[in-house]
Design a protein around this ligand. Structure first.
Ligand code: NDP
Ligand code: MG
Length: 436
């Protein structure tokens, strides 16, 4: 885990200010003014603003306008949502996926009389948003490796990171963690399990941790007979029992690959070997995760199943922000009647087994795990492969992948592209495709 620290820009300014005060006996008016401006409001860039996490983050900003200011946004292709966000939030900059989409957005905003928002596009645009000098907190919530370069750039630009994009850590965790240590940047997990672990970790030192337990709902097929798995349709797999999320993560939850990614994410974030990151099936999704300490104590984090809560925790860290009834984030313990925990069945969920194996092997295998999964999930949603075609595709791709670690983000992206190509070949060669 990265060392707890306050927002870097604020810290730096406060240190500058206090040393200046000590030297001269009188604070510098200019610096003092900047501290006042910065210490009360965190200035946010939200990468993936039009997605599920992006919208939840904006909802938190809506509830706490005196604490969080939206400075920059990065979206993909949902221009209607990007346009609505520009009207509501007036960011300084917004980036969208392509030049054409940027031109469309510019025209629509001009028609609405708004000409003072800078509109960028592509990876360069997303990186610009993530590294704007006036931003001090970046929420990384683009789905998949599309968010990797901007997240890495934000770390190198010394922004505090609220990290939802787990695929970044799966594919390039070692490089991101090394950069975060080098730049003394906090990576604050938004993924609910890691957010829970982060909270529980405050109850002891890293040396006192025996292991962590990530909870998993078990998804919609926890009790489905394995014989029926190949008849599972995308519609069935998209119905998550407890969370409403983007399509990719919802399918990943149904295969439990999401939990596999989270095992790797936890290894990276908390510097733990895979054997110390355990998974327990907890259908109620009430306990978001647990940390077991060497003295036998287990700390658990309980809260509502609402992503606004881990987002608020990350934004506010190291403080805690009081919420009211109106925010609907409080948990009524009196309504809690049952908490179940059981061991995951790796035969039922081969993706979880593959993720543990990739975590052990390391190198380029986690990159291939994520890339092959993304291609396989898209093929399943397009009804090109059956549900069990997802783990079959990933396993075949992993067998072709080297354990050689990537030395740079560009090597990560090369390995990612190679694994995607392998996955497409494997899918094309499969003869078990379902009829559309
Ligand atoms: P969504 O699919 O709802 O949103 C994805 C976001 O990424 C959208 O804003 C989308 O833009 C944007 N995007 C996609 N491709 C690009 C691109 N090439 N360039 C720029 N932006 C792009 O996903 P979620 O919000 O559910 O998940 C986001 C991340 O958070 C994932 O990594 C997920 O694993 C993680 N996470 C999500 C949780 C949840 O509850 N949803 C819980 C824990 C983690 P657009 O829509 O405009 O195309
Ligand atoms: Mg999660």
């Amino acid at each position: 885990m990265t060392a707890p620290a306050l927002d870097n820009e604020q810290d730096r300014l406060k240190v500058q200010n206090s040393s200046q005060t000590r030297r001269n006996g009188v604070p510098s008016p200019r610096l003092h003014l900047r501290v006042c401006e910065n210490s009360s409001v965190k200035k946010l860039a939200i990468l993936g603003s039009t997605g599920s996490i992006g919208n939840s983050t904006l909802s938190v900003c809506e509830s706490f306008p005196d604490r969080y200011q939206v400075v920059a946004l990065a979206a993909g292709s949902n221009i209607d949502a990007a346009y609505a966000q520009c009207l509501r939030w007036h960011p300084k900059v917004i980036s969208v996926a392509t030049e054409q989409l940027a031109a469309t957005l510019k025209t629509r905003l001009k028609t609405a009389g708004i000409t003072n928002i800078e509109i960028l596009n592509g990876t360069a645009g997303t990186i610009h948003v993530a590294t704007l000098p006036e931003v001090n907190f970046v929420v990384s919530a683009i789905v998949g490796v599309a968010g990797l370069e901007a997240t890495y750039a934000a770390v190198c630009a010394e922004k505090t990171i609220g990290l939802a994009n787990k695929e970044c850590l799966v594919a390039a965790g070692e490089l991101i963690i090394a950069a975060a240590k080098k730049h003394n940047v906090d990576l604050l997990p938004i993924d609910s399990e890691h957010n829970a672990v982060h909270q529980c970790m405050r109850g002891g030192t890293p040396q006192e941790v025996k292991q962590v337990w990530l909870t998993a709902s078990g998804g919609p097929f926890r009790n489905t007979p394995i014989a029926d798995f190949d008849r599972i349709t995308p519609q069935q797999a998209l119905k998550h029992p407890t969370w409403v999320m983007g399509q990719r993560i919802t399918i990943d939850s149904a295969t439990m690959m999401n939990k596999g990614f989270e095992v790797i994410e936890a290894c990276r974030l908390f510097s733990l070997p895979p054997a110390q990151v355990r998974v327990t099936i907890h259908p109620q999704s009430t306990v978001h995760s647990l940390v077991e300490f060497i003295d036998g104590s287990i700390l658990a984090q309980i809260s509502v199943t609402d992503m606004r809560l881990p987002i608020l925790y990350a934004l506010a860290y190291p403080e805690r922000v009081p919420v009211t009834e109106k925010d609907a984030l409080t948990f009524d313990l009196a309504t809690l009647s049952q908490l179940d925990f059981s061991q995951p069945d790796l035969t039922r969920f081969p993706c979880l087994r593959l993720a543990y194996e990739a975590a052990e092997t390391g190198g380029r295998t986690p990159i291939a795990l994520n890339a092959a999964d993304e291609i396989a999930v898209a093929a399943f949603l397009a009804r090109d492969i059956p549900f069990l075609g997802i783990p079959r595709t990933i396993e075949a791709v992993l067998q072709r992948t080297s354990g050689q670690p990537p030395a740079s983000i560009s090597e990560v992206l090369e390995a990612d592209l190679a694994a995607r190509e392998d996955a497409r070949e494997v899918i094309a060669s499969q003869t078990t495709g379902v009829r559309k």
